[in-house]
Design a protein around this ligand. Sequence first.
Ligand SMILES: [Fe+2]
Ligand SMILES: [Fe+2]
Length: 200
Amino acid sequence: MSAKPARPRAGATPAAGAGRPPEAAVVTDIRAIRERARKHIEDGAITDSYTADRGTVIKLLNEALATEIVCVLRYKRHYFMASGLMADAVKAEFLEHANQEQAHADRIAERIVQLGGEPDLNPDVLSSRAHAEYVEGSDLRDMVKEDLVAERIAIDSYRAIIDYLGDRDTTTKRMMEDILAQEEEHADELADLLDGWTGG
Ligand SMILES: [Fe+2]
Ligand SMILES: [Fe+2]
């Protein structure tokens, strides 16, 4: 058992009042942060240290949301219409992708609300705002090809959004990076399907 006091710090001068936090400036900052947090409570998760242009971020996220919804609908259509030799294997892929795109849409919509915006789910304007297109495809192989095209469009546009966000909104950036990684997986799976195509 040691009777020595804990935390002997190099260079520290033991004096009366040692143990009190020396960084008075930090405390002042915390007080200011608390005051600001109280003043703007209607902004929810968004504080003064948020430096991105909120309106632009919400607009970009609404475009990504439209893209995801269009992708859900296209994958669903392909899931129900799939027929041919490869249909069973490909159907499972279509359905899984549809569900994952829906999960992306939900995450994006949630973030839009956190940022003080409104998710635009008006069906009249969804496809005009989406980056990817709704293409029905003439046969199973064509459907897979169109899905791959759409994924590649999403990959490029999400990467552009991530680049724009930079370090100004790291939460949105992280979310978009997660989603981008899954779109890359989707594209990879579809490319593999096309590579090994044997059915009609
Ligand atoms: Fe997605
Ligand atoms: Fe995808």
